[in-house]
Design a protein around this ligand. Structure first.
Ligand SMILES: [Mn+2]
Length: 218
């Protein structure tokens, strides 16, 4: 296993390189390939750059550090196509996804002095706009980018579970504790959980209570 995610529910691999201080698993692969190979061929360099861009939100998330930027620079040196990667990742969203973002913004609920923003993404919304349930990556940024919001959450009911995505804008408010308490895991500022046999309403209520405890401590 090569992963930059902290092992939430334990890691049972015989060989594991887990380094949560790396911004992206792709960054770890680049380090490894560079040690084996020296320069990384252009197509592979672009793929790894895409991985780093994805995990750092285009170098906007707080996991963006000098090492990630240096590795990205080295990949560009190796022939990675930065413009193509950025355009494909960030300036190429299907219209349906933008419309879904608009719906999420309209459906957003705020609590705890507007420091918490959350929204339920219903199967009906996805169906109506013809968005696949897995195509909601980045949707949560619609909420987290709002002024004053410190914790953002998307609640996605699915046939036999409710998916919860959590983001924090404040390192003093780590959300992986909430995720872990709900049986999930992740990073301090980006975490998630899957709640079996729950309704969106129940999940919302649990979120409100847990986020409240976290927010009122700070
Ligand atoms: Mn990651």
């Amino acid at each position: 296993v090569i992963d930059h995610h902290p092992p939430g529910n334990g890691c049972s691999a015989d060989t594991a390189w887990v380094q949560p201080d790396m911004a992206a698993t792709a960054q770890m692969l680049a380090v490894m390939l560079r040690e084996w190979h020296g320069a990384i061929p252009g197509a592979a360099a672009t793929a790894l750059l895409v991985g780093i861009l994805m995990d750092t939100g285009g170098f906007r998330f707080s996991n963006t550090d000098a090492a990630a930027l240096r590795q990205a620079a080295a990949l560009i040196n190796d022939g990675a196509d930065y413009a193509a990667a950025v355009n494909a990742l960030f300036f190429n969203e299907p219209l349906a996804c933008r419309r879904l973002a608009a719906r999420v913004l309209e459906a957003a609920e705020f609590a705890h002095d507007r420091r918490l923003a959350y929204a339920v993404v219903t199967p009906e919304m996805l169906q109506e706009l013809e968005v696949a349930p897995g195509d909601t990556e980045g949707l949560i940024d619609t909420l987290r980018c709002i002024e004053g919001v410190e914790i953002a959450c998307l609640i996605q009911p699915e046939p036999d579970q409710v998916r919860l995505s959590l983001r924090s804008q404040n390192p003093e408010l780590p959300v992986n504790g909430i995720a872990a308490e709900l049986g999930g895991g992740g990073h301090a500022l980006a975490a998630g959980a899957r709640l079996p046999n729950t309704t969106a309403e129940q999940a919302s209520r649990r979120l409100l209570a847990m986020a409240g405890k976290l927010l009122h401590g700070h």
